[in-house]
Design a protein. Structure first.
Length: 343
């Protein structure tokens, strides 16, 4: 068994030095990274800065009973990169603040940062600073992501118009079903600690929950196709909630068609196992971190056969409301039933 190093044996600055030694800078816009009172950044001329912050709190956003620290570190970066992607921007740097309880070892913290480092490599992002502090409670991770976008090219939630096509990347519901599997196996383990979790049958949905990917690939591809989304948001709180965000910001309504909603076969199989409505899982599950965006009707020819983008509906006048259209053609008002921190 390998030795475990208590945090108090290295101290805050010793821990920071260990983390700093593993970090490689890649971005030309990073003039100074970790090691001083603040980082120095120089975004390209003619670009706007984009800044976003997300916080992950133990017991609220993740459960360390079944969430490996390396996966958690990767996810913490990916969800922040996803917010930058949703602005049509390119992420370049992150700042990481971690509040750590005494039960964690130096090796555990290094494992968390190993996951962050892997995500930074995947998205070509630099860690340029942050903070570490003791916690009397659980683990808290706060990441600020910084990116840039050509001046005037940022995509907001408020740019959609009636008749714009509503598109979504990838498939939906997988992260929610992965969480259901993990929660079920945790309950079985709590009832009988000798029970071994049965996870081998669920690789797809577990990956979607534990290690989601930000869709920067689609951002680059849309640029290559010459398509400029009129509005965009990432799907963190469920498709229905995000559609309503776009409608509210743009002052219009929406029609999305249940038969067009994309779901992967492994996700569908798990929904059936749990006796859950797949449509509900896709509408309200959340944490898929796919991109929901609108494009002008003229983009239809370029996107209609795209293997990783699905046209799920279109925007309408505000007076028509925001509705899910069932296979029988019946409109059902969309309701935001995803996760809400204060409900």
């Amino acid at each position: 068994m390998s030795d475990i190093t208590p945090l108090d044996s290295v101290g805050e600055f010793g821990l920071i030095r260990r983390i700093q030694d593993t970090i490689t800078l890649r971005q030309a816009s990073t003039k100074l990274g970790i090691g001083d009172d603040a980082a120095i950044l120089a975004p390209p001329a003619g670009h706007d800065l984009v800044v976003s912050t997300d916080m992950l709190v133990e017991g609220v956003h993740f459960d360390l009973t079944f969430c490996p620290l390396k996966h958690l570190g990767y996810k913490a970066v990916a969800v922040n990169v996803s917010d930058v992607a949703a602005m049509n921007a390119t992420p370049t740097q992150i700042v990481v603040a971690v509040s750590i309880g005494a039960r964690f070892s130096v090796e555990a913290v290094q494992e968390l940062y190993d996951g962050m480092r892997l995500a930074c490599e995947a998205y070509d992002v630099d860690i340029v600073g942050g903070d570490t502090t003791a916690s009397r409670g659980g683990l808290t991770i706060s990441i600020t992501a910084i990116g840039h976008v050509a001046a005037g090219k940022a995509v907001r939630r408020s740019g959609a118009s009636p008749n714009d096509l509503i598109c979504v990347t990838g498939d939906l519901g997988g992260a929610y079903l992965g969480l259901q599997v993990l929660e079920r196996e945790k309950q079985a383990w709590q009832a009988d600690p000798e029970t071994q979790p049965e996870l081998s049958k669920y690789p797809y949905v577990l990956q979607r929950q534990l290690r989601p990917e930000a869709r920067m690939d689609v951002i680059h591809e849309l640029r290559d196709l010459g398509i400029e989304p009129t509005s965009m948001i990432d799907i963190s709180d469920g498709l229905a909630s995000e559609v309503l965000h776009l409608c509210q910001a743009s002052g219009i309504g929406a029609r999305i068609f249940s038969e067009n909603l994309p779901i992967a076969n492994p996700t569908l199989e798990v929904a059936e196992e749990f006796n859950l409505d797949p449509i509900m899982c896709m509408l309200n599950g959340g944490e898929d971190y796919e991109l929901l965006f609108t494009v002008p009707l003229a983009a239809h020819a370029l996107l209609k056969n795209h293997p990783d983008i699905t046209i799920i509906g279109h925007m309408v006048e505000k007076s028509e409301g925001a509705n899910l259209i069932t296979k029988s053609g019946q409109p059902v008002p969309l309701r935001a039933q995803g996760f809400n921190h204060f409900q």
